[in-house]
Design a protein around this ligand. Structure first.
Ligand code: GLV
Length: 387
């Protein structure tokens, strides 16, 4: 195995080994990619306070997210098409997460189905749902997640319509890729990926194909979202989903205090401050800047989690110190997956865990549950003073 010291190392190998269209899918933000970039770069504007002469023995990053024990407060985010980054990618990532002791969230737009992931794992995972127009399909999907014993439902609220990612259009993104000349030329250099794909049956959207009627092109995420996702989604429908599910509920895509209050009112166990990794509303604030007013509004009523831009344990520590109770990594684990399959996801988690643990120690703490804003220097006005 190559020597991997940070998430960037995994990304370099991932880029070499993965078909261009899936690398671009992962690595894009919408339109100008301002929000995609700032999700990461805004973490760099926050600094730590180094402390010394503190007993640093017996450190722990163990805590809970929505009442479930986690080895560190870093869940794997739902990422569409993960099984195109590496054959059976969702199964590999779920297994790595299970062994590490962090939650794995399966996307509706996964390649491996809910059932396939449940069969390949031993502990409950979380399921992310997109709200569809077809109520019967939505009800069946939620029932399938219940049957698979998923321990939380993550409802994504910011993808009723799809933000434009230029490269996906230029590349003709589809799962599986269409046999065009440029795809064949690119795939022929990705033998490791190709061999993996030849060895699996999971090559289409496993939660969708065969379960829903009337999709003009089942291999296209873009046509699928345009045809099936519900642009009429409102809070009444979210309450209906809450009642259909009846278990732990996480609402994802909250960026404003007003929406956070509504989410807390309907009884969400957690909300995720998320702008979909900068893939939807370009020009939205980074999530780390959006966090504080949301915590002020609902921090005592529901758990506030954060995703977007996290590429290191230091980023995780900053998010936690700012007040988030949990964080998610999406791209960071996909880099590991595309680079080295399950072992790469494990490596990504190890890298982030070590960075989190040692940085926490430098800040004078032994227990992640004791970390707070006092370890940070946050620039004045960081969370904004907006008209
Ligand atoms: C889907 O969730 C996407 O962002 O592509």
């Amino acid at each position: 195995m190559p020597v991997i010291t940070d998430i960037e190392d995994l990304k370099r190998i991932y880029r070499r080994r993965t078909p261009k269209m899936f690398y671009d899918y992962c690595e894009s933000g919408s339109w100008t990619e301002q929000t995609f970039r700032e999700n990461s770069s805004d973490f760099d504007r926050i600094y730590f306070r180094q402390r010394v002469a503190v007993d640093l023995t017996n450190r722990s990053t163990r805590t809970q997210m929505i009442g479930q024990d986690v080895a560190m407060p870093v869940a794997l985010a739902p990422v569409g098409l993960t099984g195109m980054q590496s054959a059976d990618g969702e199964i590999k990532a779920a297994r790595a997460a299970e062994k590490f002791g962090v939650p794995f969230t399966l996307s509706t737009m996964s390649i491996c189905s809910i059932e396939a992931v449940a069969e390949a794992t031993t502990k409950p995972f979380w399921f992310q749902v997109y709200v569809m127009k077809d109520d019967d399909y939505l009800a069946r999907l939620i029932q399938r997640a219940k049957d698979a014993k998923c321990s939380a439902l993550v409802v994504t609220l910011d993808l009723q319509v799809l933000g434009q990612r230029h490269m996906d259009i230029k590349n003709g993104l589809s799962a599986p890729p269409k046999p065009t000349l440029s795809n064949i030329a690119n795939l022929s250099t990705k033998w490791r990926w190709g061999l993996g794909m030849l060895g699996t049956k999971n090559r289409q959207f496993g939660n969708v194909v065969g379960h829903v009627k009337g999709i003009s092109d089942p291999s296209s995420l873009m046509s699928w979202t345009a045809e099936q996702f519900d642009p009429a989604l409102d809070w009444a429908k979210i309450e209906k989903i809450r009642d259909m599910w009846g278990g732990k509920l996480i609402l994802k895509g909250i960026m404003e205090a007003e929406d956070a209050r509504r989410a807390a009112q309907i009884g969400a166990d957690a909300i995720i401050v998320s702008n979909h990794g900068g893939r939807q509303l370009d020009g939205a604030l980074s999530t780390i800047r959006a966090l504080e007013p949301i915590l002020e509004a609902v921090g005592d009523q529901t758990e506030v989690h954060l995703d977007g831009g996290i590429r290191s344990g230091q980023d995780v520590l900053k998010a936690l110190a700012m007040g988030a109770k949990g964080t998610y990594i999406g791209r960071a684990f996909v880099y590991g997956l595309g680079a080295m399959g399950e072992a790469g996801v494990t490596r990504a988690l190890e890298v982030i865990h070590k960075e989190l643990d040692v940085s926490m120690a430098f800040c004078g703490h032994r227990d992640i549950n004791d970390v707070n804003r006092e370890i940070l220097r946050v620039p004045r006005g960081f969370s904004g003073d907006w008209d």
